[in-house]
Design a protein around this ligand. Structure first.
Ligand SMILES: NC(=O)c1ccc[n+]([C@@H]2O[C@H](COP(=O)([O-])OP(=O)(O)OC[C@H]3O[C@@H](n4cnc5c(N)ncnc54)[C@H](O)[C@@H]3O)[C@@H](O)[C@H]2O)c1
Length: 265
C-alpha cells in the first residue's frame, strides 16, 4: 500500500506539462486521478493514455473538461469525480497561464486574463473542493501551484507575478479557515520548468522585444539556478505526491520551493 493508494485526486491543467506529470505520478502510486483541463480533447487523450497505468495498479482514471474560472463547471468536475471515485480527497489547483507584456504596456485585458485563471480560478477551485470535503466530513488536501514569481517580481510578467503572489495568500487564508475541517492547504513553487508554457513565453518575449532568439529568455532566466539546469515536470512530482500523501499531514499554509536553488527565500 503506497502513501497515496486509493486517494481520489483532481489535477487541473492536467492536459500537459506539470499537471499531467502530477497526475501520472499519483496514478503510478495507486491514486485515482481525474485529469481536468479547458482543452477537452487533449485531456481526454491523456486519460486514455493512462488507462493501462491505472489498471496496472488496480486504480482508476477519468477526465473532465473545465474552465477553472467557471464555478458551475468546477462543481460539475467535482461531481463527476465523486461519481467515478466515490469521494474527493486531494485537489490540485494547477491550471495557469502567462502572457508576457512589457510593464508599461500591460493592459486591463492582460491583467484580467491572467488574474482570472491563476487567481480567481485558484480561489474557486479551493472553495468548491473544500465544500465537497466538508460534506464528506473526513478532511482533505488542497494543493496550489505557485511559482518563483510568488517570491519576486519579474519585469515583463507583472500580472503573472501578482497572480502567483495571490496563490500564496490564498494558500495561507485557506489554511487558516479550513483547518477546523481537517483540510490542509499547501502549495509548491516551481522555478523554470521545460513545458509548453515556457515555449510560449519564449516566443512572447521575442514578440515584445525582450529577447532576440529562441531559447535566449530561458537561458537568461535560468542562469542563477544552482542545480545548473532547468527542471522537467518529473523534477516536481516527488514533492507533489508527498503533498498529496499522509506524510505531509502536519503541514498547512506553506509553499515548498522546487526551483533548483534559483530563489533563496
Ligand atoms: N513551466 C514553468 O516554468 C512554471 C514555473 C512555475 C509555475 N508554473 C505553474 O505551473 C502550472 C502548470 O504550468 P505548465 O508549465 O505545466 O503550463 P502548460 O501551459 O504546459 O499547462 C497549463 C495547462 O492549463 C490549462 N488551462 C489554461 N487555462 C485553463 C482554464 N481556464 N481552465 C482549465 N485549464 C486551463 C491549459 O490548457 C494547459 O493544459 C501553472 O500554474 C504555471 O503557472 C509553471
Amino acid at each position: 500500500m503506497s502513501r497515496v493508494s486509493g486517494r481520489s485526486c483532481i489535477v487541473t491543467g492536467g492536459a500537459q506539462g506539470i499537471g499531467r506529470a502530477i497526475g501520472e505520478a499519483l496514478l503510478e502510486e495507486g491514486a485515482q486521478v481525474c485529469f481536468a483541463d479547458i482543452n477537452a480533447d487533449k485531456v481526454a487523450e491523456v486519460a486514455d493514455a493512462n488507462a493501462a497505468r491505472a489498471a496496472a495498479v488496480g486504480s482508476k482514471v477519468t477526465h473532465a473538461a473545465v474552465d477553472v474560472t467557471n464555478r458551475e463547471q468546477v462543481r460539475a468536475m467535482i461531481a463527476h469525480t465523486v461519481e467515478q471515485f466515490g469521494r474527493l480527497d486531494v485537489k490540485f489547483n494547477n491550471a495557469g497561464v502567462n502572457r508576457p507584456m512589457n510593464f508599461l504596456d500591460v493592459t486591463e485585458d492582460n491583467w484580467n486574463f491572467i488574474m482570472g485563471i491563476n487567481g480567481l480560478g485558484c480561489m474557486i477551485g479551493m472553495q468548491e473542493a473544500a465544500l465537497q470535503m466538508i460534506a464528506q466530513g473526513q478532511g482533505g488536501k488542497i494543493i496550489n501551484t505557485a511559482s518563483i514569481a510568488s517570491r519576486q517580481g519579474f519585469d515583463n510578467v507583472a500580472p503573472y507575478c501578482a497572480s502567483k503572489w495571490a496563490v500564496v495568500s490564498l494558500t495561507q487564508s485557506g489554511a487558516r479557515d479550513l483547518a477546523k475541517h481537517d483540510i490542509t492547504v499547501t502549495g509548491f513553487a516551481p522555478g523554470v520548468v521545460a513545458t509548453e508554457m515556457w515555449e510560449q513565453v519564449d516566443q512572447d518575449l521575442m514578440e515584445i522585444g525582450a529577447a532576440e532568439r529562441p531559447g535566449q529568455a530561458m537561458e537568461e532566466f535560468s542562469a542563477e539556478i544552482l542545480k545548473g539546469r532547468v527542471a522537467t515536470p518529473k523534477d516536481i512530482t516527488g514533492t507533489t505526491t508527498f503533498l498529496a500523501s499522509r506524510d505531509s499531514d502536519y503541514m498547512t499554509g506553506q509553499i515548498i520551493m522546487i526551483d533548483g536553488g534559483m530563489t533563496l527565500v
